[in-house]
Design a protein around this ligand. Structure first.
Ligand SMILES: [Zn+2]
Length: 217
């Protein structure tokens, strides 16, 4: 119970912080450019001329998809000319740059995706079977499956932080204003905290699972 509460509070706090930081900086105009403009320039500067920029529906649904090698930006970040739009668009361009430059942690993360998709969908079922049928081997397998999600989130952290680092470095060197740089740092730090919160929550869940299954034996 306490764990659910702690996880929820961590998650909500991180979510609230990114939302309010994003809102603040989405009211500050960037130095005469939209998210798409700056992301395009950053992509070209990183040798990513072939990377396309597409529109995606929703709020903060922005992502880079390695499968079609395209940035998918939400309308507000694509055509919005705020400091927050530029920060988010450049962060996604940072992921494209990671792929172009063969950034190792991104390769590890991409390789883990199919494994984690499988383990995330099955760990709970395996755990239930293990507990109901009282088969310790199945319970252990479920925990191993869950541990993959934890590893995945830990690998995601450096990938996200590196994409933000590339974004801020580009905004800085591209000669945009001091406000653009300061805002990008704030928005992207807040975004990184949501990944830290997610990783922390799953570590807590793993510890809980380990403690509970040890009690049962
Ligand atoms: Zn990212």
């Amino acid at each position: 119970m306490l764990l659910v509460l702690v996880s929820t509070v961590i998650g909500l706090a991180a979510q609230g912080y990114i939302n309010s930081t994003y809102r603040t900086w989405s009211r500050v105009p960037a130095s005469g450019a939209t998210g798409a403009d700056v992301a395009r320039r950053m992509l070209d500067a990183n040798g990513c001329q072939v990377v396309d920029i597409k529109r995606v529906n929703g709020h903060l649904t922005d992502h880079y998809d390695p499968r079609d090698n395209s940035l998918h930006l939400s309308s507000e970040n694509l055509t919005g000319g705020s400091v927050a739009s530029v920060a988010v668009a450049c962060h996604e361009a940072g992921h494209a740059a990671q792929k172009a430059h063969g950034y190792a942690m991104m390769k590890v993360r991409t390789a883990l995706v199919p494994v984690v998709n499988f383990t995330q969908n099955t760990w709970m079922l395996v755990l239930m079977l293990g507990l109901f049928m009282n088969i310790a081997g199945l319970t252990t397998l479920a925990i191993v499956f869950f541990a993959f999600s934890v590893v995945f989130q830990l690998v995601t952290l450096p990938v996200e932080i590196d994409a933000s680092r590339r974004a801020v470095a580009y905004i800085e060197q591209s000669g945009m204003g001091e406000v653009d740089v300061r805002g990008a740092k704030k928005v992207l730090t807040a975004a990184a905290l949501t990944y830290v919160a997610a990783a922390l929550t799953s570590i807590l869940q793993l510890l809980y699972l380990l403690a509970r299954t040890n009690d049962d034996r």
